[in-house]
Design a protein around this ligand. Structure first.
Ligand code: ZN
Length: 131
């Protein structure tokens, strides 16, 4: 298993981790198989989406903010209930196939860590299975 550490800078942020995942994949040395990605956090998530226009990420964050506003009413006393909800909405895992030692992503796809309660140090766990 490989780990990527990501230092987030904002309360809510979507960060491209594709290059770091590709580096971990090279270290794993698997040429063909499946790359599983997992975020071991309850207020962060991982997803795959558009890699070119940064406005897509801004739109996603703004839409998520409209759906799940940062301020409640919420019951969770820690004050980050919205972050927990968003983490489950987006999800804690993603995957990509691997061919020729590279991630098989669409031309317009990137892998994004989604921070919902930053800034924090986040971890992405990566397991590459040959096959
Ligand atoms: Zn909490």
């Amino acid at each position: 298993m490989h780990k990527i550490k990501v230092e987030t800078a904002e309360a809510r942020e979507i960060i491209d981790v594709t290059a770091a995942v590709g580096k971990a994949l090279r270290e794993a040395g698997v040429m063909k198989g499946v790359c599983h990605l997992f975020v071991p956090h309850t207020t962060a998530a991982i997803t795959i989406n558009e890699n070119t226009d940064p406005n897509v990420r801004r739109d996603m964050l703004q839409a998520l903010d409209r759906i799940v506003p940062a301020s409640g009413p919420y019951l969770h006393a820690e004050g980050n209930a919205a972050a927990h909800i968003l983490a489950s909405m987006i999800g804690s895992s993603a995957m990509s196939f691997v061919e020729n030692g590279k991630l098989v992503l669409g031309a317009w796809q990137a892998i994004y860590l989604c921070e919902f309660d930053g800034p924090r140090t986040r971890t992405v766990l990566i397991k590459v299975l040959p096959g």
